[in-house]
Ligand binder design. Sequence first.
Ligand code: SIN
Ligand code: FE2
Length: 217
Amino acid sequence: MHAPAAQDSLFEHPAREAIAPGAWWLHGFARGEAARLLTDVQQVLAEAPLRHLVTPGGYRMSVAMSNCGPLGWVSDGRGYRYSPTDPDSGRPWPAMPTSFRELATRASQAAGFEGFMPDACLINRYEPGARLTLHQDRDEQDHGQPIVSVSLGLPAVFLFGGLKRSERPRRLSLVHGDVVVWGGPSRLAYHGVLPVGDAAHPATGRCRINLTFRRAG
Ligand code: SIN
Ligand code: FE2
């Protein structure tokens, strides 16, 4: 894949930075549509409110989560899995907004992945102090499909490591509108988020919102 031309990085496409083979940091890729995305996040959360899931080991996650699309990621004492229904309401997850789906497809294309059709969007809310420990995303059926992660609101340090937990992760300071895409040889890379610092962002207030798009089923 060639580097973007200079004028692309200023106008048509924001700067694209390689993190690892198959992993790209798309600086500011969603900035121009962030307000639309956040409006749609509120619509989804009105139907499927954020909640703190419990890990199979019995820990309450510091990140609050919800989902939209045909499948949603859930965790409880029985394990991690994708579910077509919201366990809190028993109803299907809210539909994935068009703005979400289109962004996920555009971002995956910008990272060199054609034909990505997400069927799951996990909404993560990080209040100050919330974090996500280093993990792999492996609950999806087809690891040939990439993951698209959109950051909104407060900044956070994203840890992006290798295929073994022991590999020292890179630290990426993600800001409002940044998108990270990882797939191919990086699909099972360990990743996580350091505790979010206490501040307020004009778009979200005192939190970071992260959307992650996956082909789960
Ligand atoms: C995730 O690993 O599912 C979320 C990553 C992030 O919040 O940036
Ligand atoms: Fe993850």
